[in-house]
Each structure stands twice: as structure tokens, then as C-alpha cells.
Design a protein around this ligand. Structure first.
Ligand SMILES: O=C(CO)[C@H](O)[C@H](O)COP(=O)(O)O
Ligand SMILES: [Fe+2]
Length: 226
């Protein structure tokens, strides 16, 4: 399995000083910036768009930016995020009229592409697009808000997707998003995830490095077992 990646969700960052907060979490050892885009239509919340992504790039953020689109429709906003410096763009298949086309648009724009599955979304959307995926993101909460509790049935879903990825032979990251914390990250990794979004668990603490170090220590116990 590939090295574990920790991706703080900036949904829980301080929006009044976003550049500094993103710098701080990256300096604390985070790998990827998870960027939650909510449209008050597909999900009942409204957050940030391409201008904020570009502002982070202009501020000097060079880490990968993982744009999690919780929007409907999907396609129109893809080129804007690519131009704004997104590295990875993921979307929810039920929010797209044409999943294959949306994936192609992301790739043509030069970004890595992924599908996101809500806790109740079936995995059959993977059936004919595995060759086009760089990331599969399993939501472990219902999308729309940070600070929710991890839904335990996600562990079984992770195991199923891990099997599908391994059987496919494709190089696909398995990302998990929602309620990830120090005390459950090892179990989540053991179920097959290799990329971990954590918002409130990191940004609610004064010392980001301490939390990220604790997460890595937990992940190391999983690595040692596998
Ligand atoms: O996509 C999301 C919500 O829709 C967020 O990325 C997610 O909830 C992260 O926040 P937390 O770690 O606090 O659960
Ligand atoms: Fe997210």
C-alpha cells in the first residue's frame, strides 16, 4: 500500500486568516489540503469556491489541494477549479448527469479525478470507471458539515472498496472523510484507507503538530501489523 496521507479539511480552519492557518497545518506535517466546496443545493451549507483556491495558491501554498465538490451540477465548475490550482477534484456521482464525462473533464483539465460515496450511496457507480479514477473517497458522515461522528458501517464499505482496488490493479487512493480522529484512525487504516481527511480533530486543537504526530503514530501501528 502507498504511504498514508493526512489531509486536513479547511472547513474547520480559521477563514479570517486562511492562508496562515493552511501554512500552519502544512508546517505541522500535513500532506494535502482538503478543500470542501458546498453549494447550498446538493448539501445544506455554503462554503468556498475557486477564488479561494486561487488565493491559497497566490499566498504560496504548494501542497496538493484536494477539492471535494459537494455541488450539483458538477461539470461547469471543473475548469474553474483546475485554473485556480486544484490538484485533485472529486465529485459525488449522483450529482453528475454523466459520470464518465465529468471524470474526463477533470483529467483533460490536468487534475487527478475521483468519485465520492455518501454513507448510503451504493458502490455500483464504480463499475465502469475504475480505469479513470485516481481517488475513491468514502464519506464516513453525511456531507455538509464538519464535526460529525464517524459512521461505523464505513469500515465494511472501506474493506469492500479496498478489495475492488486491489483486484483492479489500478493505482487508486482510498480516501476517507468525516469524523476521523486520533482514536479511530488506526482502525480506519486497517480497513483499507490510505488517505485521511480530518477537520475538527486537527483545527480544534491548539497544537496541530501534536495531533498529526499522534495520528501518524497510530497509523504506524497499522503499518507494523500489515
Ligand atoms: O466533506 C466534509 C463534510 O461534508 C468534511 O471534509 C468533513 O466533514 C471533515 O470534517 P470533520 O473531520 O470535522 O468530520
Ligand atoms: Fe470533505
Amino acid at each position: 500500500m502507498r504511504p498514508f496521507l493526512i489531509a486536513p479539511s479547511i472547513l474547520s480552519a480559521d477563514f479570517a486568516r486562511l492562508g496562515e492557518d493552511v501554512d500552519a497545518v502544512l508546517s505541522a506535517g500535513a500532506d494535502v489540503v482538503h478543500f470542501d466546496v458546498m453549494d447550498n443545493h446538493y448539501v445544506p451549507n455554503l462554503t468556498i469556491g475557486p477564488m479561494v483556491c486561487k488565493a491559497l495558491r497566490d499566498y504560496g501554498v504548494t501542497a496538493e489541494i484536494d477539492v471535494h465538490l459537494m455541488v450539483k451540477p458538477v461539470d461547469r465548475i471543473i475548469p474553474d477549479f483546475a485554473d485556480a490550482g486544484a490538484s485533485i477534484i472529486t465529485f459525488h456521482p449522483e450529482a453528475s448527469e454523466h459520470i464518465d464525462r465529468s471524470l474526463q473533464l477533470i483529467k483533460e483539465a490536468g487534475c487527478k479525478a475521483g468519485l465520492v460515496f455518501n454513507p448510503g450511496t451504493p458502490l455500483h457507480y464504480l463499475d465502469h470507471v475504475m480505469d479513470k479514477l485516481d481517488v475513491i473517497l468514502l464519506m464516513s458522515v453525511n456531507p455538509g458539515f464538519g464535526g460529525q461522528s464517524f459512521i461505523p458501517s464505513t469500515l465494511d464499505k472501506l474493506r469492500q472498496v479496498r478489495e475492488r482496488i486491489d483486484a483492479s490493479g489500478f493505482d487508486i487512493r482510498l480516501e476517507v472523510d468525516g469524523g476521523v480522529k486520533v482514536d479511530n484512525i488506526a482502525e480506519i487504516a486497517a480497513a483499507g484507507a490510505d488517505m485521511f481527511v480530518a477537520g475538527s480533530a486537527i483545527f480544534s486543537q491548539p497544537d496541530y503538530k501534536a495531533v498529526i504526530d499522534e495520528m501518524r503514530a497510530e497509523l504506524a501501528t497499522t503499518e507494523a501489523k500489515s
